[in-house]
Ligand binder design. Structure first.
Ligand code: HEM
Length: 498
């Protein structure tokens, strides 16, 4: 046995021993906790996890209605696994459940817990989120001017698709097109579909998400694992990815700073620069260091350029996998929009089947299978149990969206479940892909607009199919922060049935 292996074994033994001591000292006797599966000392239910956390948590919750407690390593987690439990906590006690725990894996990538997604619930955080929503909105985020930007981008995407020959991974260009909507709002900048520098940034975001999720597994459940060699290596690599992303944001911010004109606001970055001005103390954002600015951009940029395109990847996959869906969406497009103009947001109300297909995609795919961890600011009564202050609370959105009691046939892709007998669009109390409550998704409105306009514009012009000589792609997602559809190729054919 080589010396480094012996050292690793000794280190693991020391870490396990110290963790056991800490666990014995820290374990508090909670009262009236939701019941849950019995785990082992120290490791809790970790040995029962097989691969995908959302599925494993769904399995562990069998037999416990709505809500249960589970130790994962040394951490106690309260799992919300039905819409009743999520509504009775995150929605009913919005501000109490709006806090975030100081998780060790987040500390690695964001040591001060800055930014909307990671920040603890505080006056500063509330001010920053309010400011961010207002600033994003003034650049078309919630208004109709975003429609023009999306339509312009879609026109370029259509031109690009017209030049395609043979099977193609269309999501590469669709991802850049969707990311461009965000980079226009933030930096007034769009990227070509073959821009290697920007493709590299998108890849960096994917790797950042993957490695941060892995660090969560390593550190949250056994914090002392942080000193093991392979975890140290992953920490270093993830910090390197962080730096690469912050350098990208910083280059845009510096460019804006150099060309900033008083009274002229070009985009989100200008709005922040004007707000903080030269006197960083007097702005509504308080003392806003450059570092804080980078983390704020970091807190929503990956969602905008990853979660939204990932959802689109699922939407196109299901559309082709279930050919009836493609035909019905195209029939609705032909009926309502025709072929002489691009789709616009005002068409949405007249297109319930198309909207239902988008909703069913977000339910069925589980693109965000598990909410980022919340915690509550005080002991709180939920469905007859007590959720203790500061304990990790995880909403398993996958379980909510695949609960047979709520949906009847959750494992079937059926857009019609979001339509009434007359075909009108209806919602469902268990439908919450953007979560609910004070920490619900900041990008919901933008994402919905993008999906509708990009999806209908593509299906108006093209019919998509799988290459004939290959097996059908898998519908099983790969688990990370988001659940990703595996890469697949599509044949893109200009519609001749117009
Ligand atoms: C289909 C696309 C998207 C889905 C399914 C989605 C879903 C979610 C979910 C489930 C959460 C967690 C909420 C919670 O912790 O309770 C979240 C948070 C968040 N999302 Fe999204 N998201 C999407 C797109 C976007 C976009 C386009 C943006 C950026 C403009 C964005 C920005 C954020 C931010 C900043 C948060 C943190 C909110 C907070 O902690 O207060 N998301 N999203």
């Amino acid at each position: 046995m080589v010396a480094s292996e012996s050292i690793s074994i000794v280190l693991v033994a020391v870490v396990a021993f110290l963790t056991l001591i800490i666990w014995m000292v820290q374990r508090r006797p909670y009262r009236n906790l939701p019941p849950g599966p019995k785990g082992w000392p120290l490791v809790g239910c970790i040995p029962m996890l097989k691969s995908d956390l959302h599925l494993d948590l769904q399995d562990l919750g069998k037999g416990y209605k709505d809500i249960y407690s589970v130790y994962l390593g040394t951490r106690l987690n309260i799992i919300l696994s039905s819409h009743r439990a999520v509504r009775a906590s995150l929605l009913k006690y919005g501000s109490v459940f709006a806090d975030k725990p100081a998780e060790p894996h987040i500390e690695v990538v964001n040591p001060h817990f800055y930014g909307t997604i990671f920040g603890p619930y505080s006056e500063d955080w509330k001010m920053e989120k309010k400011f961010t929503i207002k600033a994003l909105r003034s650049f078309g985020y919630g208004s109709t001017s975003i429609e023009t930007n999306i339509q312009k981008e879609v026109t370029k995407l259509i031109e690009h698709f017209e030049s395609l020959k043979g099977p193609h991974d269309i999501m590469k260009s669709v991802s850049i097109a969707m990311s461009n909507i965000m980079t226009l709002i933030l930096f007034s900048r769009r990227y070509d579909y073959d821009d290697q520098g920007f493709l590299d940034i998108l890849q960096t975001i994917g790797k950042w998400m993957e490695n941060t999720a892995k660090l969560q597994g390593d550190l949250n459940f056994f914090p002392l694992m942080g000193c093991l060699p392979w975890v140290l290596k992953r920490k270093k690599y993830t910090r390197h990815l962080n730096k690469k992303l912050h350098d990208f944001f910083r280059s845009h911010v510096e460019e804006h700073r150099a060309t900033l004109v008083p009274g002229v606001t070009r985009d989100f970055v200008d709005t922040v620069l004007h707000e903080i001005g030269s006197d960083k103390m007097s702005s509504t954002l308080g003392y806003y260091s450059d570092d804080k600015f980078m983390y704020q951009l970091h807190s929503f940029f990956p969602d905008a350029v990853d979660t939204a395109p990932e959802s689109m990847r699922w939407l196109m996959l299901y559309t082709v996998y279930y050919p009836e869906t493609q035909k019905k969406v195209q029939a609705e497009i032909d009926d309502v929009i025709g072929h002489n103009r691009l789709p616009c947001l005002a068409d949405r109300d007249a297109m319930p089947y198309t909207q239902a297909t988008i909703m069913e995609t977000l339910r069925f795919s589980g693109v965000v299978p598990i909410n980022p961890t919340h915690c509550c600011l005080e002991d709180t009564e939920v469905l007859g149990f007590t959720i203790p202050k500061n304990v990790d609370v995880i909403a398993n959105l996958w379980a909510v969206h695949h609960d047979p009691e709520a949906w009847g046939d959750p494992e079937v892709f059926r857009p019609e479940r979001f339509q009434d007998k007359e075909g009108h669009l209806i919602s469902h109390e268990a439908y919450m892909p953007f979560s609910v409550g004070r920490r619900s998704c900041l990008g919901e409105q933008l994402a919905k607009k993008e999906f509708f306009l990009v999806y209908t514009s593509l299906l108006q012009r093209f019919t998509f199919s799988f290459p004939k000589d290959r097996p059908l792609p898998s519908l099983k997602g790969e688990f990370g922060f988001t659940l990703r559809a595996k890469d697949y190729e599509l044949c893109v054919e200009k519609r001749t049935d117009l």
